[in-house]
Design a protein around this ligand. Sequence first.
Ligand code: SF4
Length: 231
Amino acid sequence: MTPAPAPDATAAAEATATSDATATSDATATSDALAATGSTAAAAPPRLRLATAWLAGCSGCHMSFLDLDELLFVLAERVELVYSPVASDIKTYPEAVDICLVEGAVANTANLELALQLRARTALVISFGDCAVTANVPGLRNLLNREGRGGAAAVLQRSYVDLADGSGRHPHAPGLVPELLDQVWPLHAVIPVDLYLPGCPPSAERIAATLLPLLEGQRPIQAGPAMLRFG
Ligand code: SF4
């Protein structure tokens, strides 16, 4: 598959913002929000089916998710975590997922397959972190693929041969490891994305400010540096 050219990532993130909304009060409201959400947990069945997925990323966004700390207890009451590399041993992405946080860029065939699968099985897909939103660090190898020349072969040549200490050779293990795509893509270049959650990683407060409204059936307000700043 040759994904369509990626639109400007910053514009994509801004496109989700509510134009007349003011920036959220971010971290300072988290504790109060947690308490309020927790107190109403019993009145909010059925539980949302939540997933987190991990493409070409460093796991830092998932570590930030774990930094939600006490909100994790609220989530445990309000959602059913149906797929996650850090909280579940389920290997196959399930059907009928309500929300999925997707960390990482699309860099190889396994990333692309999972992205397509989760899109088909998820109501609301969140591009989670700068790697998913812009390709970020994994996308640095695109510098070796200028104007469509070089592709994955240039990356393998540079990594395994040019920089090797004398005995370098191209790795060749078909079927054992996923093939690199010629270009690393942000998530929205290969599947439609519903929300953008930038940051490297997004702070726990920003994650909370996104998830808490969704638990209440509301769309989070994505405006201002507290929600949209990269890095
Ligand atoms: Fe890691 Fe940053 Fe990419 Fe998240 S956005 S996967 S923290 S490099």
